[in-house]
Design a binder for this molecule. Structure first.
Ligand code: AKG
Ligand code: FE2
Length: 407
């Protein structure tokens, strides 16, 4: 979006309003009474024009002196005081009393680690043996799509043949929320569910690596997640969970004073043995996750992540590249969600029985929010240019969970 389209006094903005009014399409911006509060918030932040007002969006970075340069490069800003947060005593960690178990660690990942993680996500995770969304319809090269793109962006990637001899799932829309939540009591049932590979599309075409790259949406890490049944396929083993990301997530969890997070919170749902947070600092052990890749027009609709057997242990979410508006509500869509601006390097932890079962989603990726340390500059490594170009239109999110029980 150009600067003009963010400034109501700019002639470009006024011209866009006139075009909108003249347009034959019926634009209905009035909220529908059938929308849940969660849906209404999604619609608000998805709206391209007029651009949404982000003053109600929590943006902790906009209150931090050492992120001033980053903020100068960001076209979008929220407010550091959009809604009340409580800062923990010992570090730059913030909790929100309305969503117990949610912890924000702004700029937890330093600049050079952010660059390393971007390289790691593209070169090492979005490729075999990890599954990606593209594997359903295309035969990805063994060296991975990113490496192929770097070597020759016009290199042709073949479609998968629908009659490849394998038995597939029926084609059809995917549902975001499964009927059977993960847990010790449902483990056997979920394990027994057939987990067929998705059906290759008969319309998939041979396509250049450069055209396929923007269609990369996710890569699975650790335990294999079966999207069709919304459950883990434990029969495939736990893959090799990347130690480097596991270590970063362990550090994030261990850095939080959980006593301070939970001291005044009275919640049911911890399980028979009561709250397990006193041991997270030492025994949190991630083994499953998804690396999400979002282009500017992509969204992730409101959902609950409830496939993991452990319903309370921390989910660690690391944001890289373009910023996003993240919404988090409660265990129903009827609670108006809180909007949070997540920038590159921010870590968000969802933990405990309430927050781990709270609806959340990403209605908006924000353009022109790449911080200077991720841009190509005379100081950056000479091979950084393709990463910098990719990030201009992309947000990467590593969403790391403990899929199995600790025992
Ligand atoms: O991209 C994000 O911040 C959230 C991703 C998410 O909720 C998920 O992968 O389940
Ligand atoms: Fe999620």
């Amino acid at each position: 979006m150009s600067i003009a389209l963010l400034d109501p006094n700019d002639p470009g903005y006024k011209a866009a309003v006139r075009r909108l009014k003249k347009s034959k399409k019926s634009f209905d911006h009035a909220p529908s009474s059938s929308w849940t509060p969660f849906r209404a918030a999604e619609k608000l932040y998805m709206q391209k024009f007029p651009p949404p007002d982000l003053s109600a969006v929590l943006d902790l970075a906009s209150g931090e002196e050492d992120r001033a340069l980053e903020m100068q490069h960001s076209r979008w800003k929220g407010s550091p005081t959009a809604f009340p947060t409580r800062r923990l005593r010992h570090r730059n960690a913030h909790v929100v009393d309305n969503v117990p178990g949610l912890v924000l660690l702004p700029s937890f990942v330093d600049h050079s680690t952010q660059r390393d993680l971007v390289r790691w996500a593209l070169s090492e995770q979005a490729r075999a043996p990890n599954e990606t969304n593209l594997d359903a319809h295309h035969v990805l090269p063994a060296s991975g799509l990113w490496q192929t793109f770097l070597t020759d962006p016009s290199s042709v990637i073949a479609p998968k043949h629908p009659s490849d001899g394998a038995i597939h799932e029926r084609e059809g829309p995917r549902q975001l929320v499964n009927n059977v939540a993960g847990g010790l009591d449902t483990f056997a049932e979920l394990n027994a569910m057939p987990k067929l590979p998705p059906a290759p599309s008969p319309n998939a075409k041979a396509v250049a690596a450069s055209s396929l790259l923007p269609r990369l949406r996710w890569a699975n890490i650790g335990y294999s997640y079966h999207w069709g049944s919304k459950s883990y396929d434990f029969s495939k083993g736990n893959g090799v969970f990347p130690e480097r990301i596991a270590e970063l997530c362990r550090q994030a969890v261990a850095s939080v004073d959980w006593q301070e997070v939970w001291k005044d919170v009275d919640l049911d749902g911890w399980g028979n043995e009561g709250p397990d947070w006193p041991s997270w600092a030492t025994d949190y052990s991630p083994d499953a996750g998804i690396v999400n890749f979002y282009q500017l027009s992509d969204t992730l609709m409101g959902h609950v992540d409830r496939s993991e057997v452990s319903a309370t242990s921390p989910l660690v979410s690391i944001s890289l590249g373009s910023a996003a508006v993240f919404l988090i509500g409660s265990t129903t869509r009827d609670t108006p969600p809180l909007p949070i601006l997540l920038r590159s390097g921010d870590v968000l932890i969802m933990s405990g029985p309430h927050c781990r079962r709270a609806y959340h989603g990403v209605p908006r990726i924000l353009d022109k929010t790449i911080p200077p340390h991720l841009k190509q500059s005379p100081e950056s490594d000479e091979d950084w240019a393709p990463y910098a170009a990719y990030l201009e239109t992309t947000r990467i999110n590593a969403n790391v969970r403990q899929g199995m029980c600790k025992d």
